[in-house]
Design a protein around this ligand. Structure first.
Ligand code: FO1
Length: 328
């Protein structure tokens, strides 16, 4: 643990595969001092089951159960349920492995008893031996909807069934206005021991914006008065995985780390970019730190998490010095 690395509690916003990888690295360093706020905009009801893909990707990744090749679902999986469902003419465009099925069935059962998504998630995380706190952004439904050249599509229909082919015109978050942030999320952001907020290298438009769309979330982050560090999901003008660069092009935004910084605007104090994007440092308002940000191995995840925490620690010093200069 290097001197400048922020000790104390950390909140990280994450969704999708890239986010879960950095969450793994952060948990390795911080253990139960890490609170993960996970996107639930991708959630949907399918085959009578409530599916929460980003929560499950985080749970599987942090417990070592994740299928590293696919980026979602579990390793050591079998597909008997899917084969039997296909034989009955059921919908198989969204693949549910036999072991993965258990989490959807159990979550749906417990939700039907009135239990909250956050309570169910905490109980499953404990059973999987996960030390970090894993929290949905809200216990109320928020659903990412993608207005495309082929009409308005619920997220999974766009992302999985249509494989992100339709051109994106607009992304919205149904239910956000009525949703409330999970209470433990707000208390984690108000925690006096909070030292940093990390925005993981998730798709800003599909995975982070839904979290920020929950009323009060952005304000709670700003009022936390700790360094906010984002890790760019773009390396050398390309998304590491998923449709981020395609969506940015379709939204008329250049696929650069600078554009990521501009998207987050005043919310962030620092941005970590890959060495390939070192050039962005000059033209970006916030402080930029270049690091090797491609996470292939667990060691990569832990190293990048350490870089993010050190960077936040150094920014904290800069922010404290600037505040003292302003006489606050
Ligand atoms: N993504 C796919 O591309 N194809 C699938 O069949 C698929 C199934 C699936 C099942 C459970 C789950 O938790 C995730 C699944 N995903 C699948 C990934 C999912 O669409 C994405 O992880 C998120 O929604 C976006 O990050």
């Amino acid at each position: 643990m290097s001197a400048s690395r922020s000790t104390g509690r950390v909140v990280a916003l994450c969704g999708g595969v890239g986010g879960a990888k950095l969450a793994y690295g952060l948990q390795h360093i911080l253990g139960s001092d890490l609170t993960l706020v996970v996107n639930t905009g991708d959630d949907f009801d399918h085959l009578g089951l409530r599916i929460s893909p980003d929560i499950d990707t985080v749970l599987y990744t942090l417990s070592g159960l994740a299928n590293r090749e696919l980026g979602w679902g579990r390793q050591d999986e079998s597909w008997n349920f899917m084969q039997a469902l296909a034989a009955l003419g059921g919908e198989t465009w969204f693949q549910l492995g036999d072991r993965d099925l258990a989490i959807h069935v159990e979550r749906t059962r417990r939700l039907q008893t009135g239990e909250t998504l956050s309570a169910i998630t905490a109980s499953i995380a404990a059973r999987l031996g996960i030390q970090a706190r894993v929290l949905p952004m809200s216990d109320h439904p928020v659903r990412t909807v993608v207005a495309t050249s082929e009409g308005v599509l619920p997220f999974q229909r766009y992302f999985v069934e249509r494989r992100c082919a339709p051109v994106v015109n607009k992304i919205s978050f149904d239910g956000a206005a009525k949703a409330r942030a999970c209470s433990q999320v707000l208390s984690a952001l108000h925690d006096p021991d909070l030292r940093a907020i990390i925005i993981c290298p998730s798709n800003p438009y599909l995975s982070v914006d839904p979290i920020l769309s929950v009323p009060g979330m952005r304000l709670a982050i700003e009022n936390a008065a700790v360094p906010v560090v984002a890790v760019s999901p773009i390396i050398g003008g390309k998304a590491v995985k998923g449709p981020t660069d395609k969506i940015m092009a379709e939204l008329g935004v250049p696929a650069t780390s600078r554009a990521i910084a501009e998207h987050y605007g005043e919310l962030i104090h620092g941005l970590i970019v890959d060495h390939a994007d070192e050039e962005d440092r000059k033209t970006t308002r916030c402080t930029v730190h270049a690091a090797a940000s491609l996470m292939k191995t667990d060691e990569d995840r832990i190293r990048l998490a350490g870089v993010a925490l050190d960077f936040a620690g150094n920014l904290a010093t800069d922010i404290a010095v600037a505040a003292r200069r302003r006489g606050r």
